[in-house]
Design a protein around this ligand. Structure first.
Ligand code: ZN
Ligand code: ZN
Length: 402
């Protein structure tokens, strides 16, 4: 399964980056497969990349999405137990007198610091909050905080989301969350004391760099184990992605993540290496997903030409997939949501999907695009049905009834 993050778009002067791009390889798959248009979650629901991926792997995000914190924690490689409450964190710069909650956030990203290992070690060594916790580094200034034990995820964010405001107190959003909020506030207060006087930060200050002297939390969520993809579909699952959030989704559904050198989750990613790794891993895995992120980034950047050019770049790299034996392999090419350049964010517009396998009802669609896909034999489907449809096409679906 090739997931082209946010590839589909809305029309500008009648064209989308995908429909305007020269994509002979994608079009060849469209010609030889069964096509359709897909609502990743449901009509009118704007997916996140996490909920969109969950849905197209057959998991109802309205029932099992644990929130951003746990997915990020799994994404950076933390093992979670059911009941753990996880937060996304970032290192920030605060200034002022007194308690951390009296101070003003001057830089939410502490100058986009990325060297946070020594700071994390210092916090872990010195901050005691009377309960077991995990603090781990994410990409750049980001990270995750996990509270082990009996805590509630119903607490507010402490990140004010914009500079010039005070660090927010963590507030309970329900009665059962009073203790959790108190623990989070205690953690932030102690962490600030440790970080503000840390040698690494003193050196940063001397160099004129902003101190990473506070931790801000957001996106609290409680982890709960779900039935694994392998148990659900009898298929061993692997994910190839450079994006922590998507790796987190893969681990959330009990799958493995294959690390590929050069898979950056950004515009400079090595698509060739990812496709090659996917083909090689088909010996070991039954289901391999390859996630390509940058199409979404160009959508967020509102860059029509950039998105178009990147789509053409992907197209060239996909030619390797012709090596596959389509009597044995089923190939799906789709997206987790649309990210129109005219909007700069995700929308609920449905996405194209093509399924290639020997014996599928090949339809009249000749081009892989938003405008052609809906004329195909799959018509309009929901993401949650996609794996079931593919399983049927390869004769692996369970029969319902006699
Ligand atoms: Zn996405
Ligand atoms: Zn996005």
């Amino acid at each position: 399964m090739i997931i082209l993050d946010g590839i589909s778009d809305r029309a500008l002067s009648g064209k989308t980056p995908l429909s305007a791009a020269n994509t002979p390889i994608l079009d060849e798959f469209a010609k030889n497969g069964i096509n359709g248009i897909m609502d990743p979650i449901a009509p009118g629901i704007r997916p996140g990349s996490d909920t969109g991926h969950l849905a197209i792997f057959g998991y109802d995000p309205f029932k099992c999405y644990p929130g951003r914190g746990p997915i990020e924690a799994l994404g950076v490689g933390i093992k979670l137990d059911s009941g753990d409450v996880a937060f996304r964190i970032n290192f920030a710069t605060v200034d002022g007198e007194g308690s951390v909650f009296e101070k003003i956030v001057t830089d939410r990203r502490a100058g986009r610091i990325s060297e946070t290992n020594s700071l994390i070690r210092a916090v872990i060594g010195r901050v005691k909050i009377g309960t077991q916790y995990i603090l781990a580094k994410g990409t750049g200034h980001r990270g995750v905080l996990v509270l082990k034990g009996n805590f509630s995820e119903k607490v507010s964010d402490t990140d004010p989301k914009k500079p010039g405001e005070k660090v927010k107190k963590c507030l309970p959003l329900e009665e059962g969350a009073i203790n959790t909020a108190r623990i989070v506030n205690e953690f932030l207060e102690q962490a600030h004391k440790v970080l503000d006087s840390h040698e690494f930060n003193i050196k940063r200050e001397q160099k004129g760099l902003p101190k990473a002297n506070a931790i801000l939390t957001r996106g609290a969520g409680k982890f709960k184990k779900v039935i694994s993809f392998e148990e659900k579909y009898k298929l061993k699952f692997a994910m190839i992605s450079g994006t922590a959030l998507v790796k987190g989704i893969a681990r959330f559904i009990g799958g493995d993540v294959i690390e590929v050198k050069g898979a950056t989750g950004s515009k400079d990613t090595n698509i060739n290496a990812k496709i090659k790794a996917a083909i090689d891993s088909l010996d070991e895995y039954d289901f391999v997903a390859v996630h390509i992120k940058a199409t979404d980034e160009f959508g967020h950047d509102m860059d029509f030409q950039g998105k178009l050019k990147f789509i053409e770049k992907i197209d060239k790299e996909l030619s390797k997939l012709f090596e596959l034996d389509f009597s044995k392999v089923c190939l799906i090419i789709t997206a987790d949501h649309s990210t129109p350049v005219s909007v700069g964010d995700h929308t609920a517009d449905p996405v194209p999907v093509v399924i290639c396998h020997e014996g599928v009802r090949v339809d009249e669609v000749k081009k892989y695009s938003e405008f052609e896909a809906y004329k195909g034999g799959l018509c309009r489907i929901r993401g949650i049905d996609l794996i079931k449809i593919a399983l049927d096409l390869i004769n692996k679906a369970e029969k319902f009834g006699a």
